[in-house]
Design a protein around this ligand. Structure first.
Ligand SMILES: NC(=O)c1ccc[n+]([C@@H]2O[C@H](COP(=O)([O-])OP(=O)(O)OC[C@H]3O[C@@H](n4cnc5c(N)ncnc54)[C@H](O)[C@@H]3O)[C@@H](O)[C@H]2O)c1
Length: 261
């Protein structure tokens, strides 16, 4: 992708670590955004990433909110946009087990406790509604927008140990397609990136033995785990001006995982 000198403002949710953090860096480094609102519900993590960007001469502000809470999203973004301007690029990245920190189901679905379901829905589905709802009107009004929702292969093919997460990600994909169809005539594109197993602090893939890693990668065509850089490259391309003729799509960034099933 050619480097651009855009004057676009981006919001990246769940950007205190992992994929989101790398997206913030690439948006600035590649010139796809001139300013980034760095969200995380952990304020210190959001601030640290925003500071990283300021340290390299970029423009970034931290915005601490829980994506699952619409009132918080709206109030904090009102303050952040007053500082950096209206949002042109939304990366719905916050996900996984959310505030509960769960990384997989504690029991088979048929034995699960229904109280465990809501946190997965809140961050992976309602959070996508809340952030998109808060910024989309402005995008439509200004006739330009990019929405990228980070889903998972779990949402495409189903993951037996992450049943509600799979459902929430599939829901987020359906939502994003519908938003794309509603927004197209207003200059707004919306797409998903579906990740396979990617090394981030949450996935703890570094701790696997080489035997477990080999077994894990059996269905992957490329025999390594993804890196935040792999994910961010695709997300930032879809966020760029050049991707304006791509919408309603889900791009797998997964080492060929689902093609091997
Ligand atoms: N890493 C993978 O293997 C993988 C695979 C498929 C899909 N994904 C998806 O990619 C995205 C990024 O994954 P990751 O592994 O980099 O995530 P991560 O868990 O490492 O980081 C997520 C960040 O989001 C923040 N966060 C969590 N809940 C939040 C909330 N309610 N509001 C605001 N911030 C919140 C966390 O504090 C954390 O800093 C997620 O949507 C995840 O579901 C990841």
């Amino acid at each position: 992708m050619t480097s651009q000198s855009a004057t676009r403002v981006a919001l990246v949710t769940g950007a205190g670590q992992g994929v989101g953090r790398e997206v913030v860096h690439q948006l600035i480094r590649k010139g796809v955004a001139s300013a980034v609102i760095v969200n995380d519900y952990v304020a210190e993590k959001a601030e640290a990433v925003a500071q990283d960007i300021r340290d390299i001469g970029g423009h970034a502000v931290a915005a601490a909110f829980d994506v699952g809470d619409h009132a918080q999203v709206a109030a904090v973004l009102q303050r952040a946009t007053a500082e950096v301007g209206p949002i042109d690029i939304l990366v719905n990245n916050a996900g996984n087990g959310g505030a509960g920190g769960a990384t997989q189901d504690s029991a088979p679905f048929w034995e699960s406790d229904p109280t465990e379901w809501q946190p997965w829905i809140d961050v992976n589905l309602t959070g996508v509604f809340n952030c998109t709802h808060t910024v989309l009107g402005g995008m439509v009004e200004r006739g330009y927008g990019r929405v990228i929702t980070v889903i998972s292969d779990a949402g495409r093919v189903g993951e037996p140990n992450l049943v509600v997460y799979s459902a929430a990600k599939a829901g987020a994909a359906g939502f994003t397609r519908a938003i794309a169809r509603a927004g197209g005539r207003h200059g707004v594109t919306a797409n998903c990136v579906a990740l396979g197993a990617t090394r981030t602090p949450t996935t703890a893939l570094d701790g696997l033995s080489s035997e477990d890693e080999r077994r894990f990668l059996r269905n992957y065509t490329v025999k390594r785990f993804g890196l935040p850089e792999d994910a961010a490259a695709a997300i930032v391309f879809l966020a760029s001006e050049e991707a304006g003729w791509i919408t309603t799509q889900t791009l797998p960034v997964n080492g060929g995982y689902s093609s091997a099933l």
